[in-house]
Design a protein around this ligand. Structure first.
Ligand code: IPE
Ligand code: IPE
Ligand code: MG
Length: 253
């Protein structure tokens, strides 16, 4: 059978990345862990540009998990500082490129100065049309699901939601960024193969690519390798291969 041209050229619309390995990258060089986080910012800059240049619409970066609050205070403070510097310094480029910056997570836990940088960047780029860069900050997938459940329970209590009518679509509409499509491709760097509480609901059918490359070493070529890997997969969404090839599915749910 001739290769399906559209399948070969198809790009993920939404890439999500668990940026892991900063600490080990630094330790392998006899450096403090925080030096790894600093080096990781360069990877963020290159990957943000590459995703846009390659024509993908959404990039979600796992920058700080709800569990990362348990790290030493000095490391948490440095991660917050780097985030503020990144947002402040890259706002001009985001505007030039027309990228919309967004965030997801329990933002009220962030230091006030970080919240200010976040608010400024989100507000200034709100109407930018050339793709979305989403930072998962103080984010946990279970926390997001619990937050959604709380909102739904309040709606039921207020009489605006009938519990019997609750379905996946309504539930999904109460997550942090309901208008963002689910990630097609989930990349994890740093030689680990776990989800670590990232986007639990949204990765239901994401293709997963892991690499031993530590985040500070992750460059455009590694992103391209992840996309090649993605293109080699057949996404069946529970159907059979034959159904996928004929564009079918019985249409029942
Ligand atoms: C990822 O690198 C950055 C964050 C989690 C904020 P790590 O800091 O987890 O690096 P390793 O996994 O310890 O090497
Ligand atoms: C996941 O990395 C969180 C981020 C990349 C922000 P971790 O380093 O925190 O994950 P675990 O602890 O190895 O699972
Ligand atoms: Mg880690």
């Amino acid at each position: 059978m001739p290769p399906d041209e559209s399948a070969l050229t198809r790009l993920p619309r939404h890439v999500a990345i668990i940026m892991d390995g900063n600490g080990r990258w630094a330790e392998a060089r006899g450096l403090q862990r925080n030096r790894g986080h600093l080096a990781g910012v360069e990877s963020v800059k290159e990957i943000v540009r590459s995703v846009q240049d390659l024509g993908m619409e959404y990039l979600t970066l796992f920058a700080f998990s709800s569990e990362n609050w348990n790290r030493p205070d000095s490391e948490v403070a440095e991660l917050m500082r780097l985030l503020e510097v990144y947002l402040d310094e890259n706002l001009v480029e985001a505007q030039e490129r027309g990228v919309r910056l967004r965030v997801m997570g329990q933002l009220d836990r962030l230091p006030v100065s970080t919240q200010s940088s976040v608010d400024r960047a989100v507000e200034a780029t709100r109407d930018n049309p050339n793709g979305e860069l989403i930072f998962a900050l103080s984010y946990g997938g279970r926390g997001e699901i619990v937050d959604a459940a709380r909102r739904l329970m309040r709606a039921a209590e207020a009489g605006t939601l009938d519990p019997e009518s609750l379905d996946e679509k309504t539930f999904g509409a109460h997550l942090y960024l309901p208008d963002v499509p689910d990630p097609d491709l989930l990349v994890r760097t740093g030689d680990e193969c776990r989800i670590s509480n990232f986007l639990l609901w949204q990765v239901a059918y994401a293709e997963i690519h892991t690499t031993s490359v530590m985040w500070p070493d992750f460059r455009r070529e590694h992103l391209e390798a992840a996309i090649e890997d993605y293109r080699s997969r057949e996404r069946r969404f529970g159907m059979t291969s034959a159904q996928v090839e004929t564009g079918g599915g019985a249409g029942r749910r």
